[in-house]
Design a protein around this ligand. Structure first.
Ligand SMILES: [Mg+2]
Length: 260
């Protein structure tokens, strides 16, 4: 299907659709300082309109739910899934933490302290309460050393490692990931879109593939936000693509122009 057919098929399923978005590199351009990433211009307004007119909008990210909520305060109806689904905050509710992750709070606090003490200059340690991310965007040469250190800590503490764009994340060993969130949140719907830019997003694409395979009427739309680092693999697996987070509102406005 080309873009016009996809827009028409989605509009025909208005009210029975969901739109899932990764955050970093998808809705906001990646920055050297991960704390400074904000939604690109027009994102908040367009997601609000999408949520009202076509179907629920859901943010699914490796960031903590609180970080995401701060950036989407104007969209209280939009559910935010943080830490790959280990945290969720739905309309007006509190942040709920998956019970399997609670024992990891003290482990991650110690791990973050240790990362700050042991890793070379140029690494940036992001403590996320039940996960620790280590960034080296401003010092690409330390990547191999960080990877080695993280692998050792993962096997020592029984954690999972998740790679990303100049970032490695240590997280609890459970099976929750973006694909799990997609499987749960698309129940009863007849259409879902997923927007992503990184390798972890391929799991969400795969969950959409599974969903569509079970139900021939289900419309699954995979959208890649291209970039020089990992964009190629995503673009190959996607139905549609845009060149950067700044182009996401334009694509959504084309879709909204077809909405009933
Ligand atoms: Mg991303």
């Amino acid at each position: 299907m080309g873009a016009p057919e996809i827009f028409a098929a989605t509009a025909a399923r208005a009210g029975r659709c969901a739109f899932f978005f990764d955050f970093d590199g998808t809705l906001g351009p990646i920055r050297d300082d991960p704390g400074s990433v904000q939604p690109a211009p027009g994102i908040v307004e367009t997601l609000g309109e999408l949520n009202r007119r076509l179907g629920k909008v859901v943010i699914v990210s490796a960031r903590p739910a609180d970080f995401l909520r701060e950036r989407f305060r104007e969209l209280p109806d939009v559910a935010v899934f943080g830490l790959y689904g280990l945290e969720v905050q739905r309309a007006g509710g509190p942040v709920e933490t998956d019970p399997s992750a609670a024992p990891f709070v003290p482990i991650m606090r110690d791990l973050a302290d240790r990362a700050r003490a042991e890793l070379p200059a140029g690494t940036l340690v992001e403590y996320k309460r039940i996960a620790v991310a280590i960034h080296w965007r401003t010092a690409p040469q330390v990547g191999p050393e960080v990877e080695q250190w993280a692998k050792e800590r993962a096997s020592e503490l029984g954690l999972r490692l998740q790679g990303g764009r100049m970032v490695l994340e240590l997280k609890p060993p459970g099976q929750r990931d973006k694909g799990t969130v997609l499987r749960e949140e698309t129940e009863g719907l007849s259409c879902a879109w997923y927007f992503g830019d990184d390798l972890a997003d391929l799991r969400a694409f795969a969950a959409l593939d599974d969903r569509a395979a079970q139900d021939p009427d289900f419309l699954a739309v995979r959208v890649a936000v291209a970039n020089a680092e990992t964009g190629h693999a995503l673009v190959e697996a996607a139905d549609l693509h845009v060149d950067a987070p700044e182009d996401v509102p334009g694509l959504l406005r084309e879709l909204l122009a077809q909405a009933p």
